[in-house]
Design a protein around this ligand. Structure first.
Ligand code: AMP
Length: 444
């Protein structure tokens, strides 16, 4: 993921290069090598890049450079930031602001993160001081505008991070309201993992002759990640999951469920089976989410159960193991989910637990990734009989419902056994990610 270009050749000021070096990075990633000079030149930017490409430093570093080396458009004042970074989720906002502090630690600029779901008063108090860079989710930002605690008339640089997620999550009206509050003369940077018609429309209205950076979509996840499917009834899934975690001694596994309720129930069940687990979703308090994420990253919490929405924007990738407890309704989400593993050459595996009702979804996923996913059976797993339905067939004889039978092109072979299981049990590649950011912090 790195290139032969050095950070030192990109035009960044010395205090920023020092912070990059402190963080342990020598070579920019491809998006950094391309985006940093473009942003430094002052023009607008349209970048297609996913989480994991180094995009955050790709905009944070040149933004810090520009703010530090140019005169403010308006006299700096309390609650009147010069740069606004909008993100779809609270977690992403916290992570981006953490990056701002990491890379801005040797320059005298201040940053603030604000998002909903937490008390607004500390944010109001923080806005009584000087804030150069504001990282925010759209809803809470508009709350502050409504309360007149925030003045957007000094914004010189606007960054929309994960713009496609913001649109997916229905933030387009909020974004338009915010755009209407910004000075017309400003630099705009738009980052998106995908380039859809909606993004094109947003970009057309927002960006002036933008520089383009395209980092190839990481569809290659489907090639790098060792994927398998267990065909199993919905009711036996949780037992099979507990069995797999114990059998392979999985120490860091991200489990996706479709609903918040399902995430809660599953985490509770696993806890009762002696597997420490936490659920992470929109109904959890911010503190609970941050605690779960920190424990998970540090390796003290082996299982994190998440909905797709909650998992978006989380800086957790390079995981050894992802489990799809249910398949996502949208095939592209499968690629996003498994893209959390197997990054940068590290071993990764994705296991999907699929019941008869999900076979159509499985077919759609296989068409998208253009390959069959291996069906695997577990010889030593015998599900407990279920009282309110017919006893299940032993797992090793499990078959999909009639009409879906047999290995067919695009469906994979049904009875292949346990290939790759040893790899599934690989120890996690630990990452030294920091904790979520506090609300306000002075840099430099
Ligand atoms: P991002 O895509 O911004 O979420 O970054 C993904 C991960 O890459 C983060 O954990 C960064 O700390 C890390 N990273 C950013 N820049 C570099 C770099 N130049 N070399 C190696 N890792 C990096």
């Amino acid at each position: 993921m790195t290139s032969e270009v050095l950070f030192a050749g990109l035009g960044l000021a010395e205090p920023l290069l020092r912070a990059v070096s402190d963080a342990g990075y020598t070579h920019p990633t491809p998006i950094q090598a391309q985006a940093i000079p473009l942003v430094l030149s002052g023009g607008d930017l349209l970048a297609t890049a996913q989480t994991g490409t180094g995009k955050t430093a790709g905009f944070t570093l040149p933004v810090l450079h520009r703010l530090n080396t140019t005169q403010p458009a308006r006299q700096p004042a309390a609650g009147r930031p010069r740069c606004l970074i909008l993100t779809p989720t609270r977690e992403l906002a916290a992570q981006v602001e953490e990056s701002v502090r990491t890379y801005g630690k040797h320059v005298p600029l201040t940053s603030l993160v604000m998002f909903g779901g937490v008390n607004i008063n500390p944010q109001i108090a923080a806005l009584r001081r000087r804030v150069d860079i504001l990282v925010a989710t759209p809803g809470r930002l508009l709350d502050h505008v409504g309360q007149k605690t925030l003045d957007l008339s000094g914004i010189e640089i606007l960054v929309l991070d994960e713009a496609d997620r913001m649109l997916d999550m229905g933030f387009i009206r909020d974004i338009r309201k915010i755009l209407a509050l910004l000075p017309a003369k400003r630099q705009n940077l738009l980052f998106s993992a995908t380039f859809s018609d909606e993004i094109r429309e947003l970009a057309d209205g927002l960006l002036d002759n933008p520089g383009r950076v395209d980092v190839a979509r990481r569809n290659t996840a489907s090639e790098l990640v060792q994927q398998s499917v267990h065909l199993i009834g919905q009711k036996q899934k949780r037992e099979l999951l507990a069995h797999l975690v114990k059998k392979h001694d999985w120490r860091q596994v991200l489990v996706f469920t479709r609903t918040k309720h399902g995430a809660n129930r599953l985490a509770e069940y696993l806890g009762k089976q002696g597997i420490p687990s936490a659920a992470i979703h929109g109904n959890k308090s911010q503190n609970a989410r941050i605690r779960a994420l920190t424990d998970f990253k540090e390796g003290t919490l082996p299982v994190l159960v998440a909905t797709d929405i909650a998992a978006r924007g989380l800086d957790i990738d390079q995981l050894p193991q992802v489990v799809n407890f249910e398949l996502p309704n949208v095939p592209e989400d499968y690629v996003h989910r498994i893209g959390r593993t197997g990054r940068a050459g590290s071993a990764g595996a994705a296991v999907s637990l699929v019941d008869g009702e999900e076979l159509k979804l499985l077919g759609a996923i296989e068409r998208l990734i253009k390959r069959p996913i291996e069906r695997v059976t577990i010889d030593d797993f015998v599900p407990a009989p279920i009282s309110d339905s017919a006893p299940p067939a032993p797992a090793h004889r499990q078959q999909p419902p009639r009409g879906n039978r047999g290995p067919r092109p695009g469906q994979g072979a049904l009875q292949e056994r346990n290939r790759g299981q040893a790899r599934n049990g690989a120890r996690p590649a630990q990452r030294g990610n920091g904790r979520a950011a506090p609300q306000h912090k002075k840099n430099g």
